[in-house]
Ligand binder design. Sequence first.
Ligand SMILES: [Zn+2]
Length: 200
Amino acid sequence: MNALSKDQTMSESTTLETTATNKLVGTNLRSRDFRTGGVFFEVAKPKLEYAWDTGKAIGKFLTELKKGKIVGTYCAQCKRTLVPPRMFCELCFKDIDKWVPLKDTGVIQTFSVCFITWDMKRVKNPQIPAVITIDTVHPPEAGSLDKTTPGGWRGGGFMHLVKVKDWKSLKIGDRVKAVWKPKAQRKGAITDIKYFEVIK
Ligand SMILES: [Zn+2]
């Protein structure tokens, strides 16, 4: 059975057959055949809803966000905290050793100042997406700047929005703290953190 959406258009001369299949015996279908009911076909409207498994590590990360907490995982071999958490360390490929609670504070690694929204609308107050290294409380050495690693950054972090009164005052290295949504509004998503604000 052929499925053809209503929006799909074909010129009279266009057939569904390709050059290769034209070598086969049979009669090519024309768009007229669909309009006049010359062939059986069905217009399908697929219901494109699906469930996405977050996996063990991100699943717990999101569950904890709903509680207003940031958690990571820890690799004892590399002495590094992974946030967002992963179940294995991508440097040594070992399974992680434990889950670690993290603070909701961090440091801006880099940021952009955007005067255009994702759908190309100009805005007066810019959006500031930033990569933020999250502070670790345990172990203290993980997640801090480490000169032995290219890039000098062994800890973890993620991208989020930063809100600041005067974007011109924002600097790489500024300390920030998460501003959470009220508990009732949290859904177990990264947006449970509304944004990060600069702390001194
Ligand atoms: Zn490791």
